[in-house]
Write a protein that binds this ligand. Structure first.
Ligand SMILES: [Zn+2]
Length: 378
């Protein structure tokens, strides 16, 4: 492909993604809404709208007749035109959700996984679960893929589960490739917490600033949204927040070090002292805020949500009292509104985002495209 052709293809995808983003954010929109929101030319928007309508992704929802001027066609996203399945693989459970193009969760199931499950056991459980969701429906033709959010360490770029903590059969397992072959669908593999923060970002839309999702569920992880995108790091393994040391002489952690946030927190839980566990987590959150200066902290995970009435105030209090100049630097602290579905929903959203979200701006991309999505818009 020549450079020019590549640029045109990129711009077409970019402009289409901008229109889709408007469609997800507002319930209905007109051509002029998109022109104002994106800075694209009316001609370019017309072309994108025609293409998206032909693909069934948006549809006309009527005509608005202003007092003066020409009537305007009103459009809306067609939520049931595309679906993705999201899977949250935890140490003992598999949660599956069905998510539509608007990001709405339609179906959520949770099933047990065998203790210390193998890759084959997981693939079979995925196959059975997805079969149950799609059985007797016309869904298959509108299914875009499967997103898997899993515990790490995990290599998102290569689709490999490195050595998942607490699971013996998961050393450099090419799960993405195995799952694609087993399920016959495109698969997107990411760390559970990164999937989770993506779900939150889609829900909040363009106003979502730098943020972290802190998950407490058979371990502690952190997913990051920085500069308008999921932050995965140099080896795509960002998020091992639970394995940062808070006590030099603390107990031995599953990762081998002494005094990790995760093991210190676990000891408090084992002693039945949930308030202390919440304070331990809050110390970690404040450390994170000091490092990254975040606008929003989202608390999630089954073990946390079970005691949300203890964790949320503990973290809020620590943020108010322990962050210097909390009047200036304090972020918003909330519970995930997707509850137990957040990881699975985020994994599904990542599939949709790959197809219909703003394309990645790869290092080779000319910066002009970033500044001027309008140029050569068709
Ligand atoms: Zn550790």
């Amino acid at each position: 492909m020549t450079r020019t052709t590549a640029d045109v293809t990129f711009l077409r995808g970019y402009n289409q993604a901008l229109v889709m983003a408007v469609g997800r954010t507002v319930r209905t929109f007109e051509r002029s809404t998109v022109v104002h929101a994106t800075g694209l030319t009316p001609q370019a928007v017309s072309k994108v709208i025609a293409r998206l309508t032909a693909d069934g992704l948006i549809r006309s929802a009527g005509v608005r007749r202003p007092g003066i001027g020409k009537p305007a066609v009103v459009y809306e996203l067609v939520p049931d035109s595309r679906y993705a399945i999201g899977a949250h693989v935890a140490r003992r459970t598999l949660r599956l959700v069905l998510v539509d193009l608007a990001g709405t969760v339609h179906h959520s199931t949770v099933s047990p996984l065998p203790a210390d499950f193998t890759p084959e056991q997981l693939l079979d459980a995925l196959s059975v679960g997805i079969g149950a969701i799609t059985a007797g429906t016309e869904l298959r033709s509108r299914l875009t893929g499967v997103g898997i959010g899993m515990i790490g360490p995990l290599d998102h770029a290569h689709g490999l589960v490195r050595d998942a903590h607490g699971l013996r059969h998961w050393h450099d397992v090419p799960l993405r490739e195995l799952a694609e072959a087993h399920l016959g669908l495109p698969v997107h593999l990411d760390k559970d917490v990164t999937a989770g923060i993506t779900a939150e970002a889609w829900r909040h839309g363009a106003t979502f600033g730098d943020a972290a999702l802190i998950m407490v569920e058979s371990g502690i992880g952190g997913g990051f949204w920085l500069g308008g995108t999921a932050h995965r790091g140099a080896h795509t393994n960002a998020g091992e927040f639970g394995h940062t040391v808070v006590d030099l002489d603390g107990p031995r952690c599953v990762c081998g070090r002494l005094g990790c946030l995760e093991v210190v927190h676990l000891r408090a839980i084992e002693a039945g002292d949930v308030p202390r566990a919440a304070r331990v987590l809050a110390v970690g959150v404040v450390n994170l805020l000091q490092t990254l200066d975040l606008a929003h902290v989202v608390l999630a995970g089954a073990d946390l949500l079970r005691h949300a009435d203890v964790y949320l105030p503990a973290v809020e209090r620590a943020v108010r009292t322990d962050v210097p100049r909390a009047d200036w630097l304090a972020p918003m602290v909330t519970l995930s509104r997707l509850g137990a579905d957040v990881i699975a929903a985020g994994a599904a959203v990542q599939v949709l985002d790959q197809l219909y979200g703003i394309p990645d701006l790869t290092p080779g991309t000319p910066p002009a495209i970033v500044r001027q999505p309008v140029a050569g818009a068709h």
